[in-house]
Design a protein around this ligand. Sequence first.
Ligand code: FUL
Length: 525
Amino acid sequence: MYSFNFNFAWGKFFFILLSVLFFFSCSSRKNEKKTNIVYIDSGDTMTEIVKKAANVTPSARQYAWQQLEFTAFVHFTINTFTNKEWGDGTEYPALFNPTELDADQWAKVCRDAGMKQIIVTAKHHDGFCLWPSKYTEHSVKNSPWRNGKGDVVREVSDACRKAGLKFGIYLSPWDRHEPSYGDSPGYNEHFKNQLRELLTNYGSISEVWFDGACGEGPNGKRQVYDWQGYYKVIRELQPQAVIAIMGPDVRWVGTESGYGRKTEWSVIPAALRDNERTARESQQDLVYIPPEDRTAEDLGSREKIKQAKKLVWYPSEVDVSIRPGWFYHANQDDRVKTPVKLVDIYYSSVGRNSLLLLNLPPDRRGLIRENDIAGLMEMRRILDATFADNMLNGAVIKASDLRKGHPAVCMVDGKIDTYWTTNKGVESAVIEFILPQVQRFDRLMLQENIRVGQRIERFIVEVETKEGWRKICEGTTVGYKRLLRFPVVKAQKIRLQILQSRASPTLNNLGLYASPAAAAGDVEK
Ligand code: FUL
């Protein structure tokens, strides 16, 4: 009797415990879903739509990804040896034979440049695999490199881990070698098998990059990709990885120029997250001009969200190569982007609420080229010199509104998890900074706390002069990070006016800086 009671009591206890755990796990899953996607009802007023948009937030994996800011793409494969951009799949694996491949060099260059992740082209459109896949003979295992025992994916993933970098893979859905390509179910199985190999054997993967490019003409093979099946494999094996481009987590900015939008909303209509559409607008030929609607300046303004049925958090990634081509070509050695150009790209991508994915193509030795490294390091030097000292440190800050627990000092404490915000219902604000002394500056950094949503829609920045306040720059969206450049000014008082926001604006970091040229140069009158 006693034992029956004991078991019954414990049974009841465990049943309640399990129910509570189940309830919390479900509700937290539901919450994440609820804030990552929002539905617009047909009766919603504009005020209600704007409020909904203001509270869409990144998933945990999207937020972690966004904080990487600056990452590397490495395009390297048989094309490096055939001097092509797109191989056709008939290349002999024996051609792949880098003489000095050193993934530690790649990782060191990337780390020194301030990049936080490397994505390697495990398989490009020609189908050649940089790892010894069990599912094809078209791979490094049939090349003379390391006597057919080599594995580039292994070497790069190891090097990344040693250097403290994240590691991602590019796996081209379009495969010009694989015979099953075009036989939809057969190739889908093949592709999932390859994904499983890559996602189980190489440690933690932080980004999976699915290219939308496909050059099959009207009479070419037509493969119906099982996207949902691919995503399922990724979510199961590497749940922390973001799926980019032909995927639900990261949006292709729409060009390969390195320049993002000045107005960049991470919250956009879900219709833009459509793979068919991304594929249509992706590269279908070697000569490529992106269609206009991809490059449209506005994807998420009030006008755009008004017409949507569903809004999603879908942040932008800017991919660009340091050279004209994605792969190494000796005749482009003198066409490496200059440090000034690279810095301009940085401001126009990282500084415009996007992540920068900069491609560094190793040469036939298997090394990143010396002049590419020199340009990159000079870019880093300029950025480091600019962002070394935040002139707002030690400034007196006056904000027109403060929410309890979110003091103005949170904007300049250098911490990402503390933030200033206003009281509920207050959607504009003026924040004034009085610097310890007169300073000269020409760069400003703003960061919103996107974990509660992206909200700021319009702001201006002014400095106090003898004649009164003078505007030095203005902008629309802020998002995760916004960098502004303006002619050098000399002032002690600076103020930020947030003119319009979708809900209480937030700022978790604000920085005022002088570029090396400004620090040394003349002051604008
Ligand atoms: C494009 C591809 O066709 C290029 O070769 C390159 O891989 C680039 C990143 O994406 O769509």
